[in-house]
Design a protein around this ligand. Structure first.
Ligand SMILES: [Fe+2]
Ligand SMILES: [Fe+2]
Length: 154
């Protein structure tokens, strides 16, 4: 399970860095505020998983025991991160809506099911994952709203 937590700590931090990197290209003030909330939440999630994986974020994300959804969402993030500065930020952000939706599903189903196998911490972990999944649900909404606002401001 440490591998899953390490993987998530790595990718949540990368998500925060992704949004920070794209922020200067966004003109609409409210859209920027929504993206900043995604930065803050992703850092928070990264910190939670850093604690769970033993205190250090791995330099390379461990791929073992990772579900297909998590792997696919990591691929979306990696590929789009390379396009920052090369493609229209609106196109890049549009690709990330799917990423945020997939992560929400993964927290609710895959990761929670694995965490719940750790019987002695079951109740606490369920609450933690529920709270993160709840943030992720909001992320897809906030991101869609930020894209709408930025489009309208052009
Ligand atoms: Fe997150
Ligand atoms: Fe998210």
């Amino acid at each position: 399970m440490e591998g899953v937590y390490g993987f998530l700590a790595f990718y949540e931090r990368k998500t925060a860095e992704f949004y920070e990197k794209i922020l200067p290209q966004i003109k609409d003030k409210t859209a920027r505020m929504l993206l900043k909330i995604l930065v803050i939440d992703s850092r928070k999630h990264s910190e939670v998983f850093r604690e769970l994986c033993g205190g250090e974020i791995p330099e390379e994300p461990p791929k073992s025991d990772i579900g297909a959804l998590a792997l696919e969402s990591a691929r979306i993030l990696d590929e789009n991160e390379k396009e920052i500065g090369r493609k229209d930020p609106l196109d890049i952000l549009t690709n990330l809506v799917k990423y945020e939706k997939m992560l929400n599903e993964e927290y609710l189903v895959g990761i929670q099911a694995k965490g719940i196998e750790l019987v002695e911490k079951r109740e606490v972990l369920k609450k933690v994952f529920d709270s993160i999944a709840d943030d992720e649900k909001r992320h897809a909404d906030f991101l869609s709203e930020a894209i709408r606002l930025e489009k309208a401001s052009r």
